[in-house]
Design a protein around this ligand. Structure first.
Ligand SMILES: C[C@@]1(CC(=O)O)C2=NC(=C\c3[nH]c(c(CCC(=O)O)c3CC(=O)O)Cc3[nH]c(c(CC(=O)O)c3CCC(=O)O)/C=C3\N/C(=C\2)[C@@H](CCC(=O)O)[C@]3(C)CC(=O)O)/[C@H]1CCC(=O)O
Ligand SMILES: NC(=O)c1ccc[n+]([C@@H]2O[C@H](COP(=O)([O-])OP(=O)(O)OC[C@H]3O[C@@H](n4cnc5c(N)ncnc54)[C@H](O)[C@@H]3O)[C@@H](O)[C@H]2O)c1
Length: 216
């Protein structure tokens, strides 16, 4: 679920290593209203809070802190506290993530690799977060920063094709071919794709069209 987080209050109860990961994930996902509540808050969160739109409340959480939340994260080291937050979420209809008993919450957070607008996620549904983390590292190597530019170029091409190619079936062929071309070239070149990155979008579209005609 790619959910819009801008302007939506996200409450993280707990201020340790797990809370840090959840807060980072929220910020990467576009959240701009994050509240962290915990008696002990790590240095990392304090540094993050200086720079970003995070509110820190240094004390034990109270039920009233949870009201108005769009998402809740129960990330304390107390089973009992996490359970109470989960019960609140269920009663009030707020989605809860439970750090120490994933299956009791409404959602789990996957591992993520982001390259610009490309987002890859991994989950084992709670079976093995350790495997999830390892697969995430592999994916990050396989789909490196070059993919950001690749996706940007495909977006430009898509806009151009939508404006200039009327036939829907033809559009689909061109856009699929473009994606395949870039992924293949990327796989060969690894760091920089072998194609001309500066090829103007209209020329690229023409070349794809000619190739499609040759195949017919
Ligand atoms: C992906 C990632 C994202 C994130 O945290 O945002 C994430 N866990 C990560 C790492 C990690 N977590 C743990 C280890 C130690 C090794 C191990 O125990 O296996 C490692 C590995 C490491 O540290 O290398 C311990 C652990 N995790 C959970 C429990 C409790 C339980 O079993 O329910 C316990 C035992 C606690 C205890 O000891 O009691 C629960 C959950 N962890 C999840 C997500 C959700 C399911 C995701 C899935 O399965 O795909 C879920 C269900 C709920 C949730 O948190 O949403 C992040 C990868 C970061 C990265 O990308 O590197
Ligand atoms: N989901 C995951 O990825 C994952 C990974 C490792 C561990 N865990 C589980 O998550 C728990 C938290 O892990 P951690 O490493 O962040 O622990 P931690 O000990 O570093 O942090 C616990 C935090 O909970 C806070 N806290 C305790 N009682 C509170 C209360 N009443 N109100 C508000 N805050 C309260 C503490 O002040 C502290 O900030 C662990 O106990 C473990 O069970 C989950």
């Amino acid at each position: 679920m790619m959910v819009k987080l801008k302007g939506r209050r996200c409450v993280v109860v707990g201020g340790g290593a797990v809370a840090v990961r959840k807060v980072r994930g929220l910020l990467e996902g576009g959240a701009d209203e994050v509240v962290v509540i915990a008696p002990i808050i790590t240095e990392e969160l304090k540094v993050l809070a200086n720079a970003e739109c995070i509110g820190l409340v240094q004390r034990e959480y109270k039920e009233q802190d949870l009201h108005g939340a769009f998402l809740l994260f129960a990330a304390t080291d107390s089973r009992e506290v996490n359970e109470r937050i989960a019960v609140f979420g269920e009663r009030e209809g707020v989605l809860v993530n439970v750090a120490d008993a994933g299956e009791t919450g409404d959602f789990v957070t996957p591992a993520t690799v982001r390259q610009g607008e490309l987002l890859l996620t991994v989950t084992t549904g709670g079976a093995s977060p350790a495997l999830t983390a390892r697969l995430r590292r592999r994916l990050a190597e396989q789909y490196g920063p070059a993919y950001q530019e690749l996706v940007e170029r495909l977006r430009l091409l898509r806009v151009h094709v939508q404006a200039h190619v009327k036939d829907e079936a033809r559009r689909t062929i061109l856009l699929r071919q473009a994606a395949e071309e870039l992924v293949e070239a990327q796989a060969e070149a690894e760091t920089a794709y072998g194609l001309d990155r500066n090829e103007p979008i209209d020329e690229w579209m023409n070349r794809l069209q000619q190739a499609a005609e040759r195949r017919q």
